[in-house]
Design a protein around this ligand. Structure first.
Ligand SMILES: NC(=O)c1ccc[n+]([C@@H]2O[C@H](COP(=O)([O-])OP(=O)(O)OC[C@H]3O[C@@H](n4cnc5c(N)ncnc54)[C@H](OP(=O)(O)O)[C@@H]3O)[C@@H](O)[C@H]2O)c1
Length: 287
């Protein structure tokens, strides 16, 4: 089968490309740069301005991984544009092409009024996918780890401090999921018999539930520090004005929206995905 993956050059996309190919299928890897991994066909497309055109013609399925974790409004890069408008464009193209399978990447924690624009626009994208493509599958993972994920790299950087600054009380809960496991689920959903998965929403959380504090201790331990490391919990009310000033500098590690996201529980008891990954990978030495 031949699957089109948008956002294929990203952290999750690269792993998915490899898994789809390992499962014996062809990948069309779409990103702004248009480079495929390991011999996959690559197509350059900016979903904000380029038409979908004939991209989906003859494809057996499409996976939409395009997403951002930080806006750059001066460049027109917004959650609305990337999550909602780009999805709307892709959905119409899938309808027109009659693409039999559509998988939309969302996120655990989405809600119509979560306070975080990331979560709200991911929710909006889900709604428009469901309204126009009832057979589409939606995937909501918790935080993804493995292969040096950006989020955990930031935690590892923070964890080098003698006293680690932690936004909030450190009690927010997560079910970190291993990137290789998620890639297996996404690739398997693309090729699964359509009636088995059509219209489903899968929440994907790993086997070990962790607080933000525990995740900091985990990456600190991987770096050779004995847990628990000393932490300074910074009340969100104090942090908000600081972050709202700091986030104007692109290198600042946190945005106001991310601060809101960090304090929404990011957990699930959904285990249906174990059909494809019977033994999910726990957090180990590879974050
Ligand atoms: N990582 C996590 O922990 C996590 C957790 C839950 C949900 N998710 C969701 O999973 C998806 C993938 O996440 P990720 O961590 O792999 O993100 P990522 O590494 O930032 O990858 C994002 C992808 O989107 C593409 N993209 C961005 N702007 C684009 C544009 N204008 N036109 C075309 N392509 C564009 C990027 O391609 P180029 O920049 O190369 O063009 C890249 O391939 C996202 O939707 C994210 O919200 C991630």
């Amino acid at each position: 089968m031949r699957f089109v993956v948008l956002g294929a050059s990203g952290y999750i996309g690269e792993a998915v490309q490899e898994t789809i190919r390992a499962q014996g299928h062809r990948v069309v890897a779409v990103s702004r740069h248009g480079r495929g991994v390991g011999g996959a066909e690559g197509i350059a497309m900016n979903v904000q301005r380029d038409p979908v055109g004939s991209l989906l013609d003859g494809a057996d399925g499409v996976l939409n991984l395009v997403g951002i974790i930080r806006e750059a409004p001066a460049e027109g890069i917004t959650y609305q544009a990337l999550h909602v408008d780009a999805t709307a464009k892709l959905v119409e193209a899938a309808l027109k092409a009659g693409t039999p399978r559509y998988v939309q990447m969302s996120a655990l924690g989405v809600s119509p009024r979560g306070g975080s624009r990331y979560f709200e626009t991911k929710w909006e994208a889900e709604q428009l996918v469901r309204a126009r493509l009832p057979h589409a599958v939606i995937v909501r993972p918790s935080l993804v780890f493995g292969g040096r994920a950006d989020f955990f790299a930031t935690l590892a950087g923070l964890a080098k401090n003698p006293v680690v600054p932690v936004p909030g009380d450190g009690h927010a809960l997560f079910d970190p999921v291993f990137r290789g496991n998620l890639a297996t689920v996404l690739a398997s959903l693309l090729s699964a018999p359509a009636p088995d998965v059509a219209g489903q929403v899968y929440e994907i959380g790993g086997p070990v539930r962790m607080t933000l504090d525990a995740m900091i201790d985990w990456v600190a331990e991987v770096a050779g520090r004995r847990p628990p490391v000393p932490k300074l919990h910074m009340p969100l009310g104090l942090l908000r004005p600081l972050v709202s000033l700091g986030e104007r500098v692109p290198a600042f590690p946190l945005t106001t929206d991310q601060l809101r996201m960090l304090n929404v529980p990011n957990i699930t008891d959904d285990t249906r995905w174990h059909t494809w990954v019977p033994e999910p990978t726990p957090p180990g030495r590879d974050w």
